[in-house]
Design a protein around this ligand. Structure first.
Ligand code: CIR
Length: 252
């Protein structure tokens, strides 16, 4: 069960972050409202939310998920893969140090938390443009120390691993068709998102609640069959910046 989350407010310069989305200019007032609603919802489902202030030098810093990998035994502070984002991690460490011992990913290793998916005692670690083998190996060593198992997963499409696949409860993964073919997911039930709804693969399970982005009716219908408590959330502005539901918080 998650009891806590950390979030960070988007800054006025958030549109200066990295993006490949091509979905038009994002709107500051809208992202603030959407972000507030996200934080409010986490609170309503019972989490204690630590809300950090925007970091003026880091327009992508509200995507806090990329700066750490948190599990019950420890918090691993990452070394972000994008040059413009390096440094954000220093500002997440004090918030996490109140709750966990700290370990760190060191150069030449890079890891973005968006590439790391925990399913029970197992971790999937994406190898992407943001997470290299050196970083993945460092993280794997820490996980093995605490008796977690792991698989490395090549991320050939999308920004991060969790842009294309997420755990949605039980034994079920929500994922794109391309990822569904990978051997390491053979033992899971799979819900495959339609090609025109791949963004909805970035859904987020928080305890008994499944957050899914608004505007993806076919995925919503498929998720309804799970019988979970589903909460649709508008994340149009984060999407314009290549982010989504998972990236906006650290849960632990
Ligand atoms: C970036 O390119 O780093 C940000 N604009 C988006 C990060 C999204 N984070 C995530 O998927 N975990």
């Amino acid at each position: 069960m998650f009891t806590h989350a950390i979030t960070r407010k988007p800054g006025r310069n958030f549109a200066g972050g990295i993006t490949t989305a091509n979905l038009g200019a994002p709107d500051f007032d809208k992202i603030c409202l959407q972000h507030q609603k996200y934080v409010q919802t986490l609170k309503e489902i019972g989490l204690h939310v630590v809300e950090l202030e925007a970091l003026p030098d880091f327009p992508d810093a509200y995507f806090v998920e990329d700066t750490a990998v948190v599990f019950p035994e420890i918090a691993v502070i990452t070394h972000p893969g994008a040059k413009a984002r390096r440094g954000e991690e220093k500002f997440i460490e004090p918030a996490l140090a109140q709750f966990r011992d700290i370990a760190r990913i060191h150069p030449p290793g890079f890891v973005d938390g968006g590439d790391v998916l925990q399913v029970g005692r197992h971790f999937f670690i994406g190898l992407s443009d943001r997470t290299n083998e050196a970083g993945a190996n460092q993280l794997a060593e820490i996980l093995a120390h605490f008796n977690y198992s792991y698989d490395f997963v090549p991320v050939e499409a999308g920004l991060h691993l969790k842009s294309s696949m997420n755990f949605v409860g039980g034994k079920t993964l929500l994922l794109t068709n391309a990822f569904s073919k990978m051997r390491c997911f053979d033992n899971f039930e799979k819900i495959i998102v339609d090609e025109d709804e791949v963004y909805a693969a970035n859904s987020l399970l928080v305890n008994d609640f499944l957050f899914t982005p608004a505007g993806f009716p076919k995925t919503r219908k498929k998720l309804d069959r799970l019988g979970s408590k589903i909460i649709e959330m508008e994340v149009s502005e984060a999407r314009k910046m290549d982010g989504g539901l998972t990236c906006l918080s650290l849960r632990f």
